[in-house]
Every structure is written in structure tokens, then in C-alpha cells.
Design a protein around this ligand. Structure first.
Ligand code: NAP
Length: 304
């Protein structure tokens, strides 16, 4: 069985940065990702706040970070980690393909899109329902779509849909948006409609989506709204299954609790990125990845 100083689970911005730091400090490191490097970071349409780039897409930045990381360490994409357990002083990492031994573990497992859990959502997934405007927005050029949510993701994706020529309406459950002011201003300037105080109760259609049932939460009135696309942008849920297997302490909302050195409550287990909650930004995930890899390096050397 191959042994590594550090095994990083998850190749999003946090995991990839941890990989770059781990490799450059001379620790033998492996990154495993169940899919492609970048995770949901690949879907970010445009970033204007990542230092050094006026604008860059998530996809483009991931590709750059991945190539940089692979100069130093091993990266296995599409390899699903099934289990991690303590094995004497090390950790045994079991994937669907192989087993590895790690002296330390960095959990950078990220998060996935939260679902509405309403009738029709699962049935029409890929038939009008989507969690990613960047991936599926072009299918809705010259068509109507709704974007559900009032946070940064929903507004950013609504702007993306508007850019590709989709007639988008935002549906938000409260009477004010949560998103940052610059996004709210842009929505206004583009005349993107926002329906407030409204929840989507059901998604309807035949082969494809053709309408949704809306509920005004103030009047309790229901109405049918014609639309071909339903984009859901209501936040994320943390991927904490492996953390649970290792008895890593989690917050009430399921995120990994770390100290400022990205150490968890379990010795030699660190964490970085969206799975740690807080300000979900690339720059934060990258910073946490750098810290996690540095702490792992220090602990490996202190134990010698
Ligand atoms: P978020 O900030 O948690 O917002 C989720 C939105 O969905 C809220 O408006 C919430 O309504 C609504 N919502 C939640 N559950 C719902 C449900 N079951 N039904 C209907 N509506 C529901 O999530 P996010 O927008 O995905 O952003 C996540 C994090 O990423 C944030 O920290 C955000 O700042 C960051 N982010 C930043 C940028 C950027 O800097 N440009 C871009 C994207 C994301 P309420 O308002 O009523 O709670």
C-alpha cells in the first residue's frame, strides 16, 4: 500500500492550494476527488474579486490551479473516497479503486447545492430544473426561466442567464434580498423582475417543465407561473460524511470546526474550504488550504 505524508480529500480551491503548499514543502502528498478538480467552483461564471485577475471564470482558475498543483503532487480525479479510519498512528483511506495510508488527512470535501425538496424537483432535473446556470443557462436562450433564492449565488446566476438571452425572473421567499449591494444594483439596472414573499411549491410539466406553482407567503394565495426553466440557488449543504466517520467535530449546520491553524479536534486531521463554513469565497478556501498544509507539515516534523 502506498504511504503519503498528507492525503487531501477534495480538489476544490482549498484542496488544490493545500496540494501546492504541501508539494512545495516537500511532503509526499496525494489529492483524491470524487469528480473533476474544482468541484462546484468550476461553475462560478465570473469572479471579479480574486486578486490578480480583473475577471476570471471558476473553470479557468481551476484549470490553472490544477496544473500548478500537479507540478508537485499526485492528483487522482474521479476516485471516490469510501472510508477513512485511524490505523495505529496513520489513517487508512479506502476508495472505490484502492487503499492508501496517510500520516495526516486534510478534509476539503466542499459542499453541494441545497435542494428545495418539492414535488417535481427530482422528476424534472435536467428537463428544466438545474442548479447551475453556468452549465445549463445556454439551453434557455430566448426562453423564460425562474431563479429561486435571494443570495449572492441566485443574483449572480440570474445575471448570467440575462447575459445569455434568457428572460429570467427571481423568486425570493422574503421581502428583501440577501445578496451584496453591487449585485442588487445590477439586477435593478438590467430590469430583472423579482417576485418577493413567494415560495415555489411545485414544479409541473409534461416531458419538460412548463410551469411552477407559487405561494405568496403573506397572503397564502397560490398561482401558476409559466416557465421553461427552474434554476435553484438557495445555498449549499456541507459534505461531511467522511468527517463524521472520523468523529471530527461539526457545527450545528454540519460544517467542520477548526482552530485558526485549520486543525480539527482529531489529531493530524485538518480541514479547509467551504466544508469549514464562514465566508464562502475562493480566496478564503485557498488561504485555509495553505494553512492546513503548513500545519500538517509542522505536525509531521514535530512527531519525528
Ligand atoms: P445564501 O447566502 O445562504 O443564500 C441562500 C438564499 O436562498 C437566501 O436568500 C435564502 O433565503 C434562500 N433560501 C434558502 N433556503 C430556501 C428554501 N428552502 N426556499 C427558498 N429560498 C431559500 O447562499 P448563496 O447565495 O448560495 O451563497 C452562499 C455563500 O457563497 C455566501 O457566503 C455568499 O456570500 C457566497 N457567494 C459569494 C459570491 C460573490 O461574492 N459574488 C457569489 C456566490 C456566493 P433567506 O434570505 O430568506 O434566508
Amino acid at each position: 500500500m502506498k504511504t503519503y505524508d498528507i492525503i487531501i480529500v477534495g480538489a476544490g480551491p482549498g484542496g488544490l492550494t493545500a496540494g501546492i503548499y504541501a508539494g512545495r514543502q516537500g511532503t509526499k502528498t496525494l489529492i483524491l476527488d470524487k469528480g473533476l478538480a474544482g468541484g462546484i467552483g468550476r461553475e462560478v461564471p465570473l469572479m471579479e474579486n480574486y486578486p490578480g485577475f480583473d475577471t476570471i471564470s471558476g473553470f479557468e482558475l481551476v484549470e490553472k490551479m490544477k496544473l500548478q498543483c500537479m507540478k508537485y503532487i499526485e492528483l487522482h480525479e474521479n476516485e471516490i473516497v469510501k472510508n477513512i479510519e485511524k490505523n495505529n498512528d496513520n489513517f487508512l483511506v479506502t476508495t472505490h479503486k484502492d487503499e492508501y495510508c496517510g500520516k495526516t488527512i486534510i478534509l476539503a470535501t466542499g459542499s453541494s447545492h441545497k435542494h428545495l425538496e418539492i414535488p417535481g424537483e427530482e422528476e424534472y432535473l435536467g428537463k428544466g430544473v438545474s442548479y447551475c446556470a453556468t452549465c445549463d443557462g445556454l439551453f434557455f436562450k430566448d426562453k423564460d426561466a425562474i431563479m429561486i433564492g435571494g443570495g449572492n449565488s441566485a443574483l449572480q446566476e440570474a445575471i448570467f442567464l440575462d447575459n445569455v438571452g434568457c428572460n429570467v425572473t427571481i423568486i425570493h421567499r422574503r421581502d428583501e434580498l440577501r445578496a451584496q449591494q453591487y449585485l442588487q444594483k445590477e439586477i435593478k439596472e438590467r430590469n430583472i423582475d423579482v417576485i418577493y414573499d413567494t415560495t415555489v411549491e411545485e414544479i409541473k410539466g409534461n416531458a419538460l417543465v412548463n410551469s411552477v406553482i407559487l405561494k405568496n407567503v403573506k397572503t397564502n394565495e397560490y398561482s401558476e407561473f409559466k416557465t421553461q426553466g427552474v434554476f435553484v440557488g438557495i445555498g449549499y449543504k456541507p459534505h461531511n460524511e467522511l468527517a463524521k466517520k472520523l468523529n471530527v467535530e461539526l457545527s450545528e449546520s454540519g460544517e467542520i470546526i477548526t482552530d485558526k491553524h485549520q486543525r480539527t479536534n482529531i489529531e493530524n486531521v485538518y480541514s479547509a474550504g467551504d466544508i469549514c463554513g464562514g465566508l464562502r469565497q475562493w480566496i478564503v478556501a485557498c488561504g485555509e488550504g495553505a494553512i492546513a498544509a503548513t500545519s500538517a507539515y509542522e505536525d509531521i516534523h514535530n512527531h519525528k
